[in-house]
Design a protein around this ligand. Structure first.
Ligand SMILES: [Zn+2]
Length: 98
């Protein structure tokens, strides 16, 4: 929320500067590049049903780099290797986790 406020202030600053210099307008593409920050993960823990990686036991809140769907649910994994291991026998992995 705090970041959103800072972001809004940043946009407001650009608008004020743009008003002072009508010839120099901020390109809208600049904002898009800022939105696609590399710090933002592609997957969030809220997107998956498992709290931990079934294969290595790492919490999904620590970072998800791959996901897979099984029986209509999304599961997150720290790596493609962990996902591949889960996909070898999803039923057994789920049973072991419960
Ligand atoms: Zn893992």
């Amino acid at each position: 929320m705090k970041k959103n406020l800072q972001h809004a202030f940043f946009i407001a600053s650009i608008l004020i500067i743009s008003c002072n210099n009508p010839a120099e307008q901020a390109p809208p593409a600049e904002e898009k590049m800022e939105m696609a920050s590399p710090e933002k993960p592609a997957y969030t823990p809220e997107m998956v049903v498992n709290k931990t990686d079934f294969t290595c036991g790492m919490p999904t809140s620590a970072g998800i780099s791959d996901t897979c769907h099984y029986e209509g649910k999304a599961y997150g994994f720290c790596s493609a290797e962990c996902k591949a291991e889960f996909q070898k026998n999803p039923a057994a992995a789920l049973a072991a986790a419960q």
